[in-house]
Design a protein around this ligand. Structure first.
Ligand SMILES: Nc1ncnc2c1ncn2[C@@H]1O[C@H](COP(=O)(O)OP(=O)(O)O)[C@@H](O)[C@H]1O
Ligand SMILES: [Mg+2]
Length: 377
């Protein structure tokens, strides 16, 4: 079995990261197809649903739960396995967590409508993604799928979701929290609360103060619950069952950025980097012949002459991409592969495109090798 095939066969979760627009979602879907073909029950989770891909897979965006891709579509893609997709909006999932956690529907709707809650979840980077990933973690625990491929939102901080509860707690200092929770604690606490309340009433007006108090009380419980699972989530993501793939475009600045990102993910979060995917590479274009205009006549000759500079530029790009792939492979580190995926001429969000990328991914020929240091031996 190929190297990437093995990864797809053994992991419980594979996280795809990278900058926006490099092809994370496309690569996630292709990896998912490839794994489903290998007989695994696969769920692909995308956090920034793209309309076209959703159409291709025949699933709606932002559903409540994962949606199984129809057998007809899978058969058309040559897949006889089981593949589901969940294209979710983190805000909706975060709200759903609030609903399931709250003691009553009334309490949940109070929190969801609370302006402060709305602002805080938007303000604490990764908070919504964290809740989404936590929802995903349920699927790992209940064994509904063999493999979950997690596409991440397009940001340098995509992986910060694992730290989000910490940051939310720091943001909303616990002592401040406790002060606001009404009716608890001894007499001194209650007096302190009264004092804070009257100061707040003067400063913000009574209705804002009430809203803040309500928020503190409801969100405090929720945060406690999120924090409780966080340690478990973090150690799971750093463990052997989780793979981590960095998708990048094949240009050198993009690769530098990707490596920076990889270092952070490995050192800060303890993730295990498995490989780089250099997507939309022209590396395979270098072997293509540039037709000689001398052999043609008339309009064809002039057309070839006009197109030749473009062909030559493509070839030069291809050579640069090839060299870069060699460099990445050379510096990737032990056991970390570098996979080169072609730039599909057509639309990569069509099923046929995804299938051809899936084919390429599980063929070891896609793996770049470090340049030979000494050609004479
Ligand atoms: N290998 C490829 N060849 C051609 N087009 C591609 C390829 N990979 C991705 N694309 C296209 O590039 C665009 C961005 O891809 P997408 O996967 O949405 O990126 P991201 O999720 O990183 O933002 C989409 O239109 C997609 O169809
Ligand atoms: Mg995407």
């Amino acid at each position: 079995m190929s190297q990437i095939g093995q990864l797809l066969d053994t992991k419980r979760v594979i996280v795809c990261c990278g900058a926006g627009g490099v092809g994370k979602t496309t690569v996630s879907a292709s990896l998912a197809l490839a794994a489903a073909r290998q007989g695994r029950r696969v769920l692909v989770v995308t956090i920034d649903p793209s309309k076209r891909l959703a159409e291709t897979l025949g699933v709606s965006r932002n559903p409540e739960e994962p949606v199984a891709i129809s057998a007809e579509r899978l058969t058309a893609a040559g897949v006889t396995g089981h593949l589901s997709a969940w294209m979710l909006d983190p805000q909706l999932v975060a709200d759903k967590v609030v609903n399931s956690f709250s003691n009553s529907a009334n309490e949940a709707s109070q929190l969801l409508q609370n302006r402060i809650y709305q602002n805080v979840t938007a303000m604490v980077a990764g908070m919504q993604e964290y809740t989404a990933v936590e929802a995903l973690y349920e699927f790992v625990e209940n064994d509904a799928y063999d493999l979950i491929i997690l596409d991440t939102p397009p940001s340098r901080d995509a992986l910060r979701f694992l730290d989000a509860p910490d940051r939310a707690t720091a943001f909303l200092d616990k002592r401040i929290f406790n002060l606001f929770i009404p009716g608890e604690g001894g007499l001194i606490r209650r007096m302190a609360t009264k004092l804070v309340e009257s100061v707040m009433d003067l400063t913000f007006g009574e209705s804002t103060r009430r809203e803040l108090q309500q928020f503190m009380s409801l969100f405090g419980q929720l945060l406690g619950y999120l924090n409780q699972n966080q340690a478990e989530m973090k150690s799971f993501f750093a463990g052997d069952q989780v793979g981590f793939v960095l998708v990048t475009s094949p240009a050198s600045e993009a690769v530098t950025e990707a490596k920076f990102f990889a270092r952070r993910a490995v050192t800060d979060l303890g993730l295990n980097l498995n490989g780089y995917v250099l997507n939309r590479s022209l590396a395979s274009e270098t072997s293509r012949e540039i037709p000689a205009s001398a052999q043609a006549e008339g309009p064809l000759a002039s057309a070839i002459a006009k197109l030749k500079p473009f062909a030559e530029a493509e070839r030069a790009n291809g050579a640069a991409h090839q060299e870069l792939a060699g460099q990445v492979a050379d510096t990737a580190g032990d056991g970390v592969w570098t996979c080169v995926l072609p730039n599909l001429g057509g639309d990569a969000s069509q099923l046929q495109g995804l299938v051809s990328l899936a084919d390429a991914l599980v063929d070891d020929k896609c793996l770049a090798r470090p340049p030979r240091k000494d050609a004479s031996t």
